[in-house]
Design a protein around this ligand. Structure first.
Ligand SMILES: [Zn+2]
Length: 63
């Protein structure tokens, strides 16, 4: 049975798939925000800042 968490921005209920783990991100279909899973029991979401992802995605766009 899928768990649900609320979007911290628009309070839209978001289904947390069973394969998701803490640190994974999900998109809010309501407000289009990227949310990070910070708790599993109970599931909780926090707003993800895209800046944290720059390390992983080395696309070579240096200034
Ligand atoms: Zn939302």
């Amino acid at each position: 049975m899928a768990k649900k968490a609320k979007c911290p921005i628009c309070s839209h209920p978001i289904e947390i798939a069973e394969f998701l783990e803490i640190g994974n991100t999900v998109d809010c279909m309501q407000c289009d925000s990227v949310l990070r899973l910070i708790e599993l029991d109970p599931p909780a979401l926090d707003v993800d800042s895209l800046d944290d992802f720059e390390e992983d995605a080395s696309e070579g766009d240096e200034y």
